[in-house]
Design a protein around this ligand. Structure first.
Ligand code: FE2
Length: 328
């Protein structure tokens, strides 16, 4: 895709997918244009959206996005329809009144595993965006992995498992505490998660979300998601996608209440075969892309096509985020 205002740049850490560069990296076509910014995105919005639907990930570097307000202005200019962050599990703060939040603020030494945003819920966003306000001193890259490539990889390792996931779907099980446990990466209480005070109100929300639940000692609750798709179809490329929260749950839902390897069940009730899935994760590690953040970088992801993760980091790191739904 050609645009007249942006030009493509390459990076040693860049990967490739079926559409070409992954992520596609854009810089201003005219490096001397000091007024580069929102109006350039407005002018090229449809072309940029098309590139995003094909490549799954676009990184904009040096494109005049210098604040949370600029970031919000660009998302408005390109007409991405805002989606409020309700029901997610991560600790966040609101930055602008409307669309911009901090990215997951969990401790720096923890890696956040690969996931599609809110894919353990019935209504995940179609897009997620990141903006680098403060780059970390060391580490802290946002990792991206194309889920079309992920599905093909799993199929090459165990075609039967890939088919089972596609045909049966998955359920996610998680035990939530009554009070938030800051010592756990998935320790958000049911009160905070569902934004309620009483068990009766929590039950109403869980009912609405199609979940099943069981109250445990100490007012902890064991929740089971409805049966959700694990493999979906990308109409743009005609390929299948590994669009789910299976990797995050399997590798990351570990604390005193939960065991990741038991957090995901196929529709039949079977757990994932650990050895096969570990092999898949090891192979996937060679295919992911990490491009270190620079101040003013903006990353757009099609959440239906691309997983993201966060590497551990040192020093200050401030990444802002927003989510959107397809506005057709
Ligand atoms: Fe995320």
């Amino acid at each position: 895709m050609m645009t007249t205002l942006f030009k493509e740049e390459s990076h040693a850490a860049q990967g490739r997918n079926g559409a070409g560069a992954f992520p596609k990296i854009y810089v201003p076509n005219d490096a001397a244009d000091v007024g580069f910014g929102v109006e350039h995105f407005l002018a090229q919005g449809p072309a940029l959206k098309l590139a995003l639907r094909q490549h799954g990930a676009l990184l904009f570097r040096g494109c005049g996005v210098n604040s949370a307000d600029d970031f919000e202005g660009v998302l408005d200019a390109v007409s991405f329809e805002n989606m409020p962050y309700v029901g997610g599990a991560a600790p966040r703060r609101q930055i602008t009144h409307r669309r911009i939040m901090t990215a997951n603020e969990s401790p720096p030494d923890e890696k956040i595993p690969l996931h599609h945003e809110m894919a353990q819920t019935s209504h995940p966003p179609d897009y997620i965006f990141f903006y680098c306000d403060t780059a970390p001193t060391l580490g802290g890259a946002t990792t991206v992995f194309d889920s079309r490539e992920a599905f093909d990889l799993l199929k090459s390792i165990d075609a039967a498992l890939a088919t089972q996931l596609e045909v049966e779907g998955v359920r996610y099980t998680r035990v939530m505490p009554a009070e938030t446990d800051p010592g756990s990466p998935i320790g958000r209480s049911w009160r905070e998660t569902f934004q309620v005070e009483t068990k009766a109100d929590a039950e109403r929300v869980m009912q609405d979300q199609g979940m099943r639940w069981q109250w445990l000692a100490g007012d902890e609750v064991r929740t089971e998601s409805p049966l959700l798709p694990a493999v979906r179809h990308d109409p743009v490329s005609g390929r299948k996608t590994f669009f789910n929260s299976v990797i995050a749950a399997f590798t990351g839902w570990n604390d005193t209440r939960n065991v990741g390897h038991r957090a995901v069940q196929l529709g039949s009730g079977a757990y994932l075969p650990s050895a096969v899935f570990e092999q898949f994760l090891a192979s996937a590690a060679a295919l992911v892309v990490n491009i270190p953040w620079q101040i003013g970088d903006m990353l757009w992801l099609d959440n239906r096509l691309v997983m993201h993760a966060r590497q551990p980091f040192e020093g200050p790191r401030q990444i802002y985020t927003a989510i959107a739904i397809e506005s057709e």
